[in-house]
Design a protein around this ligand. Structure first.
Ligand code: AHR
Length: 322
């Protein structure tokens, strides 16, 4: 009797479990699947961007397939091809460099999978290969850094020698932050970019390049224009090891405005930080849902950003989210 009752309960539980499982499977089938190819984990900015994308996908109920390309375009192309093979609903990626995307994007288009660019832009003739681009205006960021520089030295006859720590070669932020600076200073001969080299957006890269700059140019360097905070922090280490006071002997201009950048401003070692927000996840998930719903999106969604001089750093730091 006891056996019979147990068997009946077991059967009931079994069918309840089966029903639950099939309901879950059905719920998952209706979920949007997004394939996201991230650049890598080269900077504090990138880490914050990854956290933003992952948590926004969770909040939005989107099934996220995530891959880290370790700063290599071939890895991003492989990831995109695998998302096409898996028939995801939408592909999004933050392109490590600007060029070389046509073939794989044509494959996505032929498979009817919409592509959203996030953070970095690409250079393609046929812009129908992607739906929209969500991210910062890096050229404007470069102009902001350049204008701050002009203003900072407005009463100085010069010459003002700039050492530039570039981001990843061929990437949109490296190209545009440089172009923005050059555009602003081009008519003022007192400003001169005397050295320019890539530190690949990493702290170690920034330190190594700055060490080489110091060896070659020593005290001739008046300004370090670092394309991100990680490289600026590396350059600060190199300067301090060489007995140079960053923020005083050498003016330091940086980009991103991460907590690390702010802490360096509070310590008087970065003079100004141009904001670049990595918190793109929620906007991306909204765009993904809209694309799947058949809505049309603006071709460019620009992130709102500002610039923080060292004088406001201590007051603003507690509110920084990344
Ligand atoms: O594309 C955004 C840039 O990439 C950020 O400025 C930098 O920190 C990151 O690695």
């Amino acid at each position: 009797m006891r056996h019979a009752r147990r068997a009946a309960i077991g059967a009931l539980l079994g069918s309840a479990l089966l029903l639950g499982a099939s309901l879950t499977a059905h719920a998952d089938d209706t979920k949007i699947t997004l394939g996201f190819s991230q650049v890598g984990a080269e900077s504090a900015w990138r880490t914050a961007n990854t956290v933003s994308v992952k948590s926004a996908a969770k909040d939005a109920g989107i099934n996220l397939k995530f891959s880290d390309a370790q700063q290599k375009q071939e890895n991003q192309i492989k990831a995109i091809r695998s998302y096409i093979a898996q028939k995801v609903d939408v592909i999004a990626f933050s392109p490590v460099v600007e060029s070389g995307w046509e073939p794989v994007l044509i494959e996505a288009k032929n498979a009817n999978i919409p592509v959203i660019l996030t953070d970095r832009n690409i250079d393609v003739k046929d812009t129908s290969l992607y739906v929209t681009m969500i991210g910062s205006d890096f050229l404007e960021e470069g102009r902001r850094g350049g204008k701050w520089l002009e203003d900072h030295y407005k009463n100085d006859a010069g010459p003002i020698n700039i050492a530039e720590l570039q981001g990843t070669v061929g990437s949109a932020p490296a190209n545009d932050r440089r172009a923005g600076l050059l555009e602003v200073i081009k008519n003022d001969p007192k400003f001169k970019v005397i050295a320019s080299q890539s530190g690949d957006f990493t702290l170690a890269g920034g330190k190594q390049v700055m060490e080489a700059f110091i060896k070659t140019y020593g005290k001739q360097i008046n300004v370090v224009y670092a394309h991100n905070d990680d490289m600026a922090l590396g350059a600060i280490q190199a300067m301090e090891e060489a007995g140079i006071k960053p923020g005083k002997d050498v003016t330091v201009i940086s980009f991103d405005a991460t907590k690390g950048g702010f802490e360096a401003m509070v310590a008087g070692k970065i003079n100004v930080d141009v904001e670049c927000s990595p918190l793109l996840g929620p906007q991306l998930m909204t765009a993904v849902k809209e694309v799947v719903a058949g809505k049309s999106l603006p071709k460019r969604i620009v992130t709102e950003e500002t610039i923080f001089p060292m004088s406001v750093a201590a007051q603003v730091l507690p509110q920084r989210k990344y």
